[in-house]
Design a protein around this ligand. Sequence first.
Ligand code: AMP
Length: 284
Amino acid sequence: MSAKPIVFQKISDMRRAVAQWRAAGETVALIPTMGALHAGHVSLLEASRGKARRAIVSIFVNPTQFAPDEDFSAYPRRLEADLARLAEAGCDGCFAPDASEMYPAGFSTKVIPGGPALAGLEDRFRTDHFAGVAQVVAKLLNQAQADCAFFGEKDFQQLAVIRRMAADLDIPTKIFGVPTMREADGLAMSSRNAYLSPEERARAATLSRVLRASAEKIAAGAPVGEVMAQGAREIEAAGFALDYFEARHAESLAPAASRADGAIRLLVAARLGRTRLIDNWAVK
Ligand code: AMP
């Protein structure tokens, strides 16, 4: 399939197209992204195909989810290449608003997520990050009025925050999570992988290797605490500065000490040079 997406810069233009599609009896999916699209983003688009007739990918590098010392200005922006990728994948619309369309003068409403946003994972290292994410995703869901929206399990805590927020605010768009797409060596695809030097890139797959091995050991009955301590040592030995490597309840994100507590998800965040990577793995 190859269809060039219609590019919407204005909320009103996107809404008009969505209203027309829905009036024709067609369902619509929204896939929010920050651009620099890779195969992981395309997998969200593909996942939408079974659920909705039309797909809109939004591309907006949201300033409110970056702390002042983070990579907002350095974040890769390549709209033309992204549009070519969407045309190749087949996509009906691309919503690419300016910051002034999203946050016009006088904008002053905050969305403060609780529950999974306070799990003590990303929130411990990125204060206000999920407030920015919840704010922009609430806006995008309201703007698009789509039937369903797709988010990656790659950002596992973010997915939980968005599910909670959509339920709490009675947002009718159905939220779907999509499994993580990986490079051949297991590294989770991410726009931030472009920051890695060749030498760092070669070491980066340690994270997924340790996640997978740890998940397998826990599944085989090894004590969670010991497995996690050993995994943390391996990640640090590979030259990462570890923010966290944790076993959590897959739904509540509460600390999980044993498989008897329910399904477990292992989550990691670690820095390699100046690049911060996150990943997670299910204990099956
Ligand atoms: P981002 O552009 O990084 O904000 O990501 C946009 C969406 O794509 C989010 O829902 C991410 O969780 C998802 N995503 C990012 N990387 C991957 C990946 N490797 N596999 C699947 N989904 C991903």
